[in-house]
Design a protein. Structure first.
Length: 106
């Protein structure tokens, strides 16, 4: 639990929540951002499976909190997201979709 809180704190303090969907942000940077959001999706899946209550971020107008909250709500609501891999894939895909990222070749 403390580790999750520290991860959230680090993500939004160090990387800045407002940095998410800046139109001037290159696609490569958006993809890296969505990789970090994928980690939140995975942690949310584990929290749901343990029966813990949903944890949302205070929305302050930043895209980071908004995107993360959409993903968290969907993981809790959708029983089709039934494995860690599905949670990661959903988190990454939804983030890229919301940011308008073109998928870069791996």
């Amino acid at each position: 639990m403390k580790r999750f809180g520290l991860l959230i704190f680090t993500l939004f303090v160090v990387h800045g929540p407002a940095a998410a969907a800046d139109e001037g942000m290159p696609d490569a940077q958006k993809v890296r951002y969505c990789e970090r959001i994928r980690d939140h999706a995975l942690q949310t899946y584990y929290n749901r499976e343990r029966g813990q209550p949903i944890k949302l971020f205070a929305e302050d107008g930043s895209d980071g909190a908004r995107i993360t909250n959409v993903i968290v709500k969907r993981i809790y609501a959708d029983p089709q997201i039934s494995s860690p891999k599905k949670a990661e894939e959903f988190g990454r895909a939804k983030c890229n979709e919301m940011m308008g990222t073109k998928q870069l070749p791996e």
